[in-house]
Design a protein around this ligand. Sequence first.
Ligand code: SF4
Length: 428
Amino acid sequence: MVQEPQRELPTRYSRRAALKFGLGGLACTLCGGAGVYYIAEKFRSVGSADVFKKDAPAGPFWEEWQAQGWACEARHYLKLGRNIQCKLCPNECLLEPEDRGHCRNRVHKDGKLYTLAYANPCAFHVDPIEKKPLLHFLPETPVFSIATSGCCLRCLNCQNWDISQRKPEETKDPRGLPVRLTPSQLNSLGDVDPSHVTMLPEDVVDLATCLDCPSIAYTYSEPIVWFEYMMDTARLARAKDIKNCWITCGSIQNEPLLELCKVIDAANVNLKSFDEDIYRDLNTGKLEPVLATLETLKREGVWFEVTNLVVPTYTDKPEMIRRMCDWLFDNLGPDYPLHFSRFHPAHKLTHLPPTPVDTLDEARDIARSAGLHFVYVGNCQEIPDGETTICPGCRKPIIRRNYFSVLSNDIVAGKCKWCGTKIAGIWG
Ligand code: SF4
């Protein structure tokens, strides 16, 4: 079986590779140089993020990286004189030659923008779909899950920081012979060093098929910043009748999002708070683009669920939760599930306690009273019915779950077995 990251913390590869490469001392600075200052001024309205100056891989290492097939030209960027602006996420990084984007994955080389995260996953595993969490999508099925390193955000609470806050070069080693992972190697995975593994889009699809997974999840880190790998894989998967799940922070620009909507079957969008200041302070992100993503997913007919992590002292204010739930109801309707997720101390917030059970209970009450039909509490065993689906028609429990297992399922052909009410979701 393939190597398993924990739900949030795949650690094995990146630590070892980081030691192996010894790539400390990141050159993280604010944009420097007259050209970049000029362009930043010109594009102030969009607000670009800080980038890693002169940090692109070079020399034989870059050649080896390319030879492995791990670099690919990016698909959403502008050329601005000798500089480049990435147009994939709202950070809109402005890159001089040899600069690296805020997400660590994209570099300006030879007048082009390249992603370094192509066909080189640092984490891959078969998960239950309930773990994503996607509770209204092909219940009780396994999902082949992959990730490369990198993220466009810097969440203080990140539970996957060990891959999300790494450069691809800190999780993968291009030196030596290529190791392409295909279904024929599944029985000898113990001999494979994951830091050398190449997994082409067709390999991902073949592995999912071979492992009897009806869907593939792009997950663990932020798939937006490995957009090209996700898109190419998702297109092939769709052609072979395998579904695609996007587990995301939702911070993406409209054009790539519309492309993605053509191949994605389900998404879980992390709505981190309902306050621009908290988004900035806790996540270095912005609220508005995430709301726009939710509206676009609805408009484009992509099934999605929303997760909100309740972080003590940051995102636990009932008033803010109420505003968020009202917005969800008013703009998306009652049927897209909302998952409140319990915070556990991690990364830069180890001084905070886990979210109190009462706070999660109250959040659920607020969401239900706002009119949302499907409200869940995850990562919290103390709330035994936290992941039970209640029929909005007859109020009976129709799916009972325990952690990532389904205990009973009374949905038949997408309807409540007891009263016939249609239950929103994709039930297979
Ligand atoms: S995807 Fe990366 S390089 Fe592009 S704008 Fe976002 S953070 Fe910057």
